[in-house]
Design a protein around this ligand. Structure first.
Ligand code: IPD
Length: 263
């Protein structure tokens, strides 16, 4: 795919941060891990990866705004564009030596994500998409799965850690969904959960209590691969409600029905 200059910049930044993370992976004793709350960790690796991405992106586009997991929100001179970045999505996996984590970078324009990159550096899988140009993993075009029946569908979710208030509803979701589908996975990286929906590995994914930086890039991957995305609370936006449902076109409505019926 012939991407825009912005997409190429995002890919360059994701690869650079990914290379730095691969060097730190499984070197946990040197990572100065601290906790932001129960089950919520940050390390030298997250901070360094965000520094690398910020330097690349803000260096090249100084007027764009910024929302990053580790450094927070900064307004830009151009109020219509901002980068949304999770330098290391799947921090707990990373710190436990599990090779399932990713760099996630999105570009938002007038409130809509228009480009996204998710880089699974441990497996060298680069997912990227741009509005109207499709979604890809390395050189291959992505398509969501074609499964039509809940009973054969495999879903993913995130189970809230640290006693978050969304835990009871998530447990209810699981109790309602498990008996009618093929299975539910919880691998610990929302960005990769969405990339896997885009590539047809999962048929759908939902999560309550999720942040914009975890999912922004993955949302456009799913849409450009032919899938659907929406919030759990239909009256609010995905980022505003901190919730997301994503699936192929056949299973989006049935999945929404099950998840949205839970309070
Ligand atoms: C986490 C992962 C996980 C999801 C959590 C997120 P982080 O992101 O995406 O899958 O269930 O809600 O916080 O903290 O590793 O960047």
């Amino acid at each position: 795919m012939q991407g825009s200059a912005n997409l190429n910049l995002m890919i360059k930044a994701a690869r650079k941060a990914g290379r730095a993370l691969v060097k730190d992976f499984r070197e946990v004793e040197n990572l100065q891990v601290s906790s932001k709350g129960p089950g919520d960790f940050v390390s030298k690796a997250d901070r360094e990866a965000e520094r690398i991405i910020k330097e690349e992106l803000r260096g090249a586009r100084p007027t764009y705004g910024w929302l990053g997991e580790e450094t927070g929100e900064e307004a830009g001179e151009d109020p219509t564009r901002r980068w949304i970045v999770d330098p290391l999505d799947g921090t707990t996996n990373f710190l436990h030596g599990l090779p399932h984590w990713a760099v996630s970078i999105a570009l938002e324009h007038k409130g809509e994500v228009v480009a996204g990159v998710v880089f699974d550096a441990a497996k060298d899988e680069l997912y990227y998409a741009e509005k109207g140009l499709g979604a890809f993993m390395n050189e291959s075009r992505l398509r969501v799965s074609g499964r039509r029946h809940m009973i054969e569908a495999l879903f993913a979710t995130g189970v809230p850690f640290g006693g978050r208030s969304t835990l009871p509803a998530t447990l209810q979701d699981l109790a309602r969904l498990m008996p009618v589908c093929a299975g539910v996975r919880r691998f610990g990286s929302a960005a990769l959960d969405l990339a896997y929906v885009a590539s047809g590995r999962y048929d759908g994914y939902w999560e309550r209590g999720i942040h914009a930086w975890d999912i922004a890039a993955g949302l456009i991957l799913v849409k450009e691969a032919g899938g659907f995305v929406g919030p759990v609370r239909a009256e609010r936006g995905i980022f505003e409600s901190n919730s997301v449902i994503a699936a192929n076109g056949e299973l989006f409505e049935p999945l929404c029905k099950i998840i949205r019926d839970v309070n």
